[in-house]
Design a protein around this ligand. Structure first.
Ligand code: IMP
Length: 210
């Protein structure tokens, strides 16, 4: 069984995570570059992650009949009024990159007792059912006092994941793909596809496949 979908994002790191999470279930994931060339990105002017994911999914629907999933995600730091949140990508850009953005968050938290934070991922799927489908993943954690770990991308080195007892950046790819907000949302998507008979019921470990 092989089910093909388009992951509507230009973020290479996200694409790699989505591929790794879905491929054991017989799902081939294409990136925008594989399927749609030279298409402008939509303006992400939604009020929340869900609306932004829906905007992205619906935009690319104009260009392909493949099933599409779009992801919108962000980091919310509770003591800083949940910033950078919806603006996580923009905040990093404005700070001059994720390293500076992480330093800024660490220094803004210096005199705060509450270091709690969460990562949120909203996945919207279209071109599967008549209506769009929504899958949410939330992971609770806290902001570290300094950068810890070298794996992953974005804010991974300052996000200490409570379930994993490590920062996202200290996790291997395979481990992050067990604990992350994106993994949680995608597991709900996999369950949906399994119920529909579109995904393998059992995960296949490709390392043992000949
Ligand atoms: P989006 O592409 O508009 O959803 O923006 C997502 C932004 O949130 C990214 O550019 C990162 O700054 C941050 N982000 C989302 N998911 C992750 C993650 O898994 N690790 C680290 N940063 C993330």
């Amino acid at each position: 069984m092989n089910y093909e979908i388009l992951f509507a994002s230009n973020n290479k790191h996200k694409l790699q995570e989505v591929r790794q999470i879905l491929s054991p279930y017989g799902i081939t994931v294409y990136g925008l570059g594989d399927v749609i060339l030279d298409i402008t990105e939509p303006e992400e002017n939604g009020q929340n992650y869900y609306e932004n994911a829906l905007i992205k999914a619906n935009h690319y629907k104009n260009f392909t009949s493949l099933p599409i999933i779009a992801d919108d995600s962000g980091l919310e730091v509770v003591a800083l009024n949940n910033i950078p949140g919806l603006n996580s990508a923009r905040f990093a850009k404005e700070c001059g990159g994720h390293s500076f953005a992480m330093q800024k968050i660490i220094s803004d938290l210096q005199d705060k007792d509450d270091r709690s934070a969460r990562f949120i991922c909203e996945i919207v799927a279209v071109n599967i059912e008549e209506k769009s489908l929504r899958f949410t993943g939330i992971v609770e954690g806290s902001i570290t006092e300094k950068i810890e770990g070298e794996n992953g991308f974005g804010y991974d080195p300052i996000f200490y994941c409570l379930d994993a007892n490590k920062t996202y950046a200290e996790l291997s790819e395979a481990e992050k793909n067990i604990y992350s907000h994106r993994a949680k949302a995608l597991r709900k998507f996999i369950t949906f596809l399994q119920i529909k008979g579109l995904a393998r019921l059992k995960k296949v470990d490709h390392h043992h496949e000949h």
